[in-house]
Unconditional design. Structure first.
Length: 369
């Protein structure tokens, strides 16, 4: 199939509530939606680069530049036969994993539709439902956080992650643990601390946390290897792991005992599966992270999380936790057992709502072969 056309859309979508992390607050979430036309099919991808370079150095604007000036020209007019040969077209483009992952997702969707196979099937998924939790942003007060967590537990989420930052760490974590003594609980620091903060994390060892996510710098696998031996609680790396090679280095250095896999952060689903396979081989549990995706990215996350090594609940919550109106149907609804169902239709298995897609688009460009 010849890749005949690629359309990029920069979207801005209002979240149902502001999402605060150690790097900032997000209320209007940006993303780039890629629509790839080949062989009579249209495949969709979601690039999760945000408005600001807080989680990643990439932004929606830099990703637009990398996509439109380098990645799209590298694949437009080419034959789409399989993912490895597709990726090879832009292998010379350094870095920019979020931009690459958005484009790659659209290629998986086209291939899945052409082969009449679901993305989960193509990746080697083994389950039709995935255990999920909810990632709770920093709230105005500790009391508001406890209340917020209580509401999510009431909705049926069996695993809670709270965001922490200096000044809003131990107190928040202790308060949530005191209010919900048996809930599966974890914290995410998004790189806000230094190795010198080890005593703070040692105090968290009493809270029976599943894991502590990315306490130290994104470029600092080494200092994580100094921190992990000082803690009983497993460290889980997110920002630090940009490839299967990074995952191998982190595991061999003892920098973490768990890895959060986001396909976007590792340049796409193909590399994400490689991280999964390596971790499975080394006995390291993994779980699927989230980037406040629309239902397009959420469908991709659920397919990835259906692989056998994903043994911890993912940050993939119901559609209503993020958006009042989404750009693809049907909405994902939490099952009573704190799972989401993995889409079964060909490719991503969701239907894009063109009206909503248009409504949230702030910029659009079409590239034709
Ligand atoms: O660190 O996991 C993170 C959202 C944006 C950027 C980084 C992170 C997150 C989340 C949200 O934690 C997870 C979700 O999509 O529900
Ligand atoms: Mg994280």
């Amino acid at each position: 199939m010849k890749i005949e056309q690629i359309e990029l859309r920069h979207l801005v979508m209002r979240l149902v509530a502001p999402f605060e992390t150690s790097f900032g607050v997000e209320q209007d979430r940006a993303c780039i939606i890629v629509a790839m036309r080949a062989g009579g099919f249209t495949g969709y991808g979601e690039c999760v680069a945000a408005a600001e370079p807080g989680y990643s150095y990439e932004t929606a604007t830099t990703a637009w530049h990398i996509l439109s000036d380098f990645l799209v020209p590298a694949v437009l007019g080419q034959e789409l036969t399989d993912i490895p040969s597709f990726i090879a077209h832009y292998a010379r483009v350094r870095g920019n994993p979020l931009a690459k992952a958005g484009l790659e997702m659209a290629a998986w969707d086209v291939l899945g539709q052409a082969q009449d196979r679901s993305l989960a099937e193509m990746l080697g998924g083994v389950r039709d439902r995935v255990e999920v939790g909810v990632s709770v942003g920093i709230q105005p007060t500790t009391a508001a956080l406890v209340e917020r967590v209580g509401r999510y537990i009431g909705e049926g989420y069996a695993r809670i992650k709270i965001k922490i930052k200096p000044g809003r760490d131990l107190t928040d974590a202790r308060a949530v643990r005191a209010a919900y003594p048996s809930i599966r609980l974890q914290v995410d620091a998004n790189s806000a601390y230094l190795l010198a903060d080890a005593p703070l994390f040692q105090q968290m060892d009493d809270l029976n946390l599943l894991l502590i996510e990315q306490p130290l710098g994104e470029d600092d696998i080494y200092d994580h290897s100094k921190l992990q031996p000082q803690l009983r609680t497993p460290i889980c790396l997110d920002e630090s792991i940009l490839s299967a090679d990074h995952a191998r280095a982190a595991i061999e250095l003892g920098a973490c005992r768990i890895i959060n896999i986001k396909a976007a952060r590792v340049s796409g689903l193909f590399e994400g599966k490689k991280v999964h396979d390596l971790c499975q081989e080394r006995g390291v549990p993994v779980w699927c992270g989230g980037m406040l995706e629309t239902n397009i990215g959420r469908a991709s996350n659920l397919a990835l999380a259906s692989l056998p090594g994903f043994t911890l609940p993912g940050d993939v919550s119901a559609t209503s936790r993020y958006y009042a109106q989404d750009i693809a149907d049907p909405p994902f609804v939490l099952n009573p057992d704190s799972t989401l169902s993995v889409p079964t239709g060909p490719g991503l298995g969701v239907q894009v709502n063109q009206q909503n897609l248009e409504r949230f688009t702030v910029k659009r460009q079409v590239f034709a072969a």
